[in-house]
Design a protein around this ligand. Structure first.
Ligand code: NZQ
Ligand code: ZN
Length: 386
């Protein structure tokens, strides 16, 4: 196991009817900006629950943060923060609203002129405006981590940011919110969380036995609850395990003491930026090609995953590793997720070259657990995913 430091300051309030607890978590003298997305919270009753819980606070609202949170929209919210002298942010939504809130938290205290620099120059946020979240869609883990992904339509970019100042102070996780989530977003959430675990696991064995078992347990739980959640989103037991698995998949614990990859996300984000494909679906497009292309480097872990998670016990290490990739593709298909770029767009020619060029320009010359995945290799992997 590698050396590590681990600190996660986010308070999790988990369970049925917990949204009412909001009133105890925000300082009484705060001036709050309540942030939400395209309006789902107004149809499913979450908005009323939130408003009732914070009725004694001073609250300004900002709705309309789109999926793949858009920089230009968020800059309108930043103006409100400054004009209204907001002191506390409350995100009510999925990863997009929470990530949008994180850039606002960072930008509100940022000393530079152009908040986009935080993303383009990779400026880490050591201190942000305090914020909390009410999670409405399990998927990204953003409710308990300090990262965010922001889109800029103007330049067709999707960039990441983060820093120790961007953990939510608290996150409320009431699994009942799952009952109103459409099938497409449920499948996205399951796929995103599953791939988050793979990114922190599918590297090479380094003797971190407990870390491996943590990762495998999250994968097994997602596989077990997926059909139940899709069949009946009001199944509270399944919803609870789904929600907690998504949080655990990316709250920082799994990556401690082990090598991590994250190249699938780096490539996937470009597919969302270029084509608007849902984040989770881009991962299902890239992951199989990535694992096939890097088969030699990853086959020990692929075989371990095949054996322990999918019960693939026949054949050599190579056989098991290959079968594990095929089983993963089948799992995505069972969730209703297509795994080829051509399933999403007819306009895919040239994509691999574009992505490889972007990575070269950004100086991303060696991704992955060995920092050896160069732009020419990225080009080959994306082509394999057509
Ligand atoms: O906008 P509204 O009307 O609220 O509708 C949303 C949205 O259309 C809807 N929805 C959310 N909760 C619902 C609901 N509909 C009915 N009932 C509910 N309870 O679902 C749609 C998708 O929401 P979104 O927040 O975009 O989904 P998700 O949570 O999957 O977030 C995706 C974003 O997170 C980023 C992705 O790149 C993408 O931009 N990621 C963030 C990460 C992080 N911060 O750690 C890591 C991830 O790898 C990911 O990159
Ligand atoms: Zn993701």
């Amino acid at each position: 196991m590698n050396n590590f430091e681990f600190k996660n300051p986010t308070k999790i309030i988990f369970g049925k009817d917990t949204i009412a607890k909001l009133e105890n978590e925000i300082p009484q003298d705060a001036k709050v900006l309540l942030l939400y997305g395209g309006g789902s919270i107004k149809k499913n009753g979450i908005y009323e629950q939130v408003k009732s819980a914070i009725k004694n606070l001073k609250v300004v609202e900002f709705g309309g943060i789109p999926a793949n949170p858009e920089y230009a929209v968020l800059m309108d919210a930043l103006k409100i923060i400054k004009d209204e002298e907001i002191t506390y942010l409350l995100a009510v939504g999925g990863g997009s609203v929470i990530d949008g809130t994180k850039i606002l938290s960072a930008a509100a205290l940022f000393e530079g002129d152009i908040p986009w620099d935080i993303l383009s120059k990779g400026i880490k946020t050591e201190k942000g405006m305090p914020f909390g979240t009410v999670l409405t869609l399990p998927a990204t883990g953003s409710e308990m981590n300090s990262g965010a992904v922001i889109t800029r339509a103007e330049t067709k970019e999707k960039r990441t940011m983060g820093g120790p100042g961007l953990f939510p102070e608290f996150s409320i996780l009431d699994p009942q919110v799952i009952s109103s989530i459409p099938q497409r977003q449920l499948a996205n959430g399951l796929t995103d969380a599953f791939t988050h675990v793979l990114e922190q696991y599918m590297t090479y064995p380094n003797g971190a036995l407990l870390q491996d078992r943590f990762a495998e347990s999250v994968l097994q739980t997602i596989i077990e609850v997926a059909p139940k959640v899709l069949k009946d989103p009001t199944d509270y037991k399944a919803a609870a395990d789904f929600m907690w698995s998504c949080t655990m998949a990316l709250n920082g614990l799994l990556q401690k003491g082990v090598p991590t990859d994250w190249a699938v996300h780096a490539m996937g984000h470009e597919l969302t930026a270029l084509f608007g494909i849902d984040h989770a679906r881009t991962l299902a497009v890239i992951a199989p090609s990535h694992y096939k292309y890097n088969f030699e480097a990853k086959k020990e872990k692929l075989a371990q995953y095949g054996e322990r998670v999918w019960n693939i016990t026949e054949g050599s290490t190579d056989d098991k590793a290959y079968a594990a990739i095929e089983r993963t593709v089948a799992f995505f298909h069972e969730l209703g997720i297509d795994t080829k770029l051509s399933d999403y767009t007819k306009d895919y020619e040239g994509t691999a070259e574009t992505i490889s060029k972007r990575f070269t320009e950004r100086g991303w010359l060696g991704l992955g657990e060995h920092q050896t995945l160069s732009p020419d290799k990225v080009e080959k992997i994306v082509k394999m995913a057509y």
